[in-house]
Design a protein around this ligand. Structure first.
Ligand code: NAP
Length: 522
């Protein structure tokens, strides 16, 4: 049952008078429950509990931590259809999408459970002593990754489950051994509370310390208080550039600056090369339209920028794209603010010099997003940075270049992105190596003949890109390596074996992979 409380550790708490309401973007109606905005004392209590929990949770046995993560997945599934219905109601996303996202959320939790149980993720590196080395003896040095402390996680609007309360950020922070405090996204307050209850039930069933998880509702002041709290040691965020950068700046102004891993947006440039285009321009146009309109364009990997060289084939591509977008039924966007921003940003872009609309730019006015495309000559794109900004929704801008050299300049002009895509033959790649190289310098993931939407959750995934796509392009928010956002290294020098963490002991009782004197071994 949804109570509209914060959870300060396992304690439901409604100290303040300020309230929030959840809305259904499909009909604009508010859900009946009110949600209590956390007071500063509730936030402080949550952080105090997390700080205390950290002393136990950081060194809890890996198998117990894995049990906890798996129990969260079980409890989420036990919420059954009620969770799916609430998440659909609060996000406007269809049932199939939410069911898929629930599966992904549970799989992420299980993936981190497996990672933790196996143990090699700590990257144990051992250089044994050489006491008789001349001119000075070499000490015994043993390094591994360890937890950092309480982590603040901001739920994302566009993934009510997989990037929210028990999403990849929370799963990876908990897996590393850090207590988590979630700041709920205002778009899906009920979904957030249901998942919070599932996490707390799992914590109780598996004997986790009180304070390992807390959840607070509220707006910008709540998030800011959390990020400024001296006991918070890192932040995970997915959302707008404005929000992510504001939190990043705030964290850097603290007496003790902390890392903010913010994934802030991307136009995911897609370069369409001539030989590939000749194969079947209309089919390519339809395939790109499918990616642009997927999830009403509300994916951070949405291909918002297309780049091609002028030709009859590019025109055929453009008209097939425009037609396919017009044929795609408009769907409800995540919330009123996102729908309004989509239409307002699109309108502003269409008024920029050189931009030509391909299709009907009427706005739906009922939170539904209709797909659209426009074209602009590369010469204008290169002069106007406004054309480089993300329009969150089912819109894509086709940049028309005069030749390959202009295409290369477009690639060189781009800011950091999550993904870049080559729609190309191998001969296109060989003929355009400088463009391919320029694009690869801008992105965290580069695709050959695929669509950037659809982010596989696996160890080799890198979902993060050079600034401004994310605040630290070295780290990923998807896949097992997401855990390293919430760890630090510690090196033990000449430490007695029995006092070392299990993963570094001479006998390697967990049998983890370790680099011992430069060689991988178990
Ligand atoms: P958002 O406005 O950045 O908000 C995300 C979260 O951060 C919310 O909980 C928000 O609190 C909080 N927040 C925002 N600014 C803050 C600040 N200055 N200080 C402290 N907390 C702050 O993102 P959104 O609500 O998800 O969507 C808005 C826009 O973000 C979209 O239109 C789109 O352009 C972009 N977006 C991009 C992606 C992507 O992956 N590229 C994903 C989602 C959204 P409140 O709830 O109180 O506002």
């Amino acid at each position: 049952m949804i109570k509209g409380t914060n959870f300060i550790g396992s304690t439901p708490s409604k100290e303040g008078t300020a309230q929030l309401f959840a809305n259904n973007p499909a009909n604009g109606e508010a859900f009946p429950e009110s949600f209590s905005v956390a007071t500063t004392s509730e936030i402080d209590d949550a952080v105090a509990k997390a700080t205390q929990a950290f002393q136990v949770y950081k060194s809890i046995a890996p198998a117990k931590k894995a049990d906890f993560l798996e129990a969260i997945a079980d409890e989420i599934m036990a919420l059954g259809d009620a969770l799916v219905a609430r998440a659909c109601g609060e996000s406007g996303l269809p049932e199939g999408r939410i069911q898929g996202e629930r599966g992904r959320t549970c799989n992420q939790l299980k993936m981190f459970a497996n990672l933790v149980r196996e143990g090699s993720w700590v990257n144990a590196t051992i250089d044994t002593a050489i006491p008789d080395r001349a001119p000075a003896p070499k000490p015994d040095l043993r390094k591994m990754e360890v937890a950092i402390g309480p982590v603040a996680i901001f739920g994302a609007s566009n993934f009510p489950l997989a990037f929210s309360t028990a999403g990849g950020d929370t799963a990876s922070a908990l897996a590393a051994g850090n207590p988590v405090i979630v700041k709920a996204h205002e778009s899906h307050l009920g979904t957030n509370e249901m998942v919070s209850q599932a996490i707390l039930k799992a914590a109780q069933k598996t004997g986790m310390p009180e304070g390992v998880f807390s959840m607070v509702n509220g707006g910008i002041p709540v998030g800011q208080h959390l990020v400024k709290h001296p006991q918070i040691k890192a932040v995970g965020f997915t959302g707008s550039f404005r929000g992510g950068k504001a939190l990043f700046d705030l964290a850097n102004q603290r007496d003790e600056p902390i890392p903010v891993y913010a994934e802030m947006g991307s136009i995911n440039p897609t370069f369409i090369f001539p030989n590939k285009l000749k194969e079947s321009p209309a089919d390519l146009g339809k395939a790109v339209a499918g990616s642009v309109s997927m999830g009403v364009g509300q994916f951070c990997t949405n291909p918002g920028l297309l780049v091609g060289i002028q030709s009859p084939e590019l025109e055929a591509f453009s008209s097939a794209l425009s037609q396919a977008l017009a044929d795609t039924a408009p769907s409800t966007m995540l919330n009123k603010g996102i729908a309004e921003s989509y239409y307002a940003n699109r309108k502003a872009l269409l008024e920029e010099k050189g931009v030509t609309l391909s299709g009907n730019a009427t706005s739906m006015g009922d939170n539904r997003g209709q797909g659209l495309t426009a074209t602009v000559p590369a010469s204008e794109f290169l002069k106007n940075t406004k054309l480089h900004e993300e329009i969150f929704g089912p819109f894509t801008l086709l940049v028309v270049c005069e030749n390959g050299s202009e295409m290369k300049q477009v690639a060189q002009s781009l800011q950091g992105q999550l993904t870049g895509t080559l729609l190309a033959t191998e001969s296109d790649m060989i003929q355009n190596t400088e463009t391919v190289d320029a694009l690869s310098q801008k992105v965290g993931r580069i695709l050959f003949n695929g669509m950037p939407t659809g982010v596989e959750v696996c160890p080799a995934m890198h979902h993060g890109g050079p600034f401004p796509a994310s605040t630290n392009g070295k780290y990923t928010s998807v896949g097992t390596d997401a855990i390293y956002r919430f760890t630090r290294s510690i090196c033990y020098q000449n430490w007695p074996d029995q006092m070392l963490p299990t993963e570094l002991k001479a006998e390697n009782p967990m049998g983890v992979w370790r680099k011992v004197n430069g060689e991988l071994s178990k």
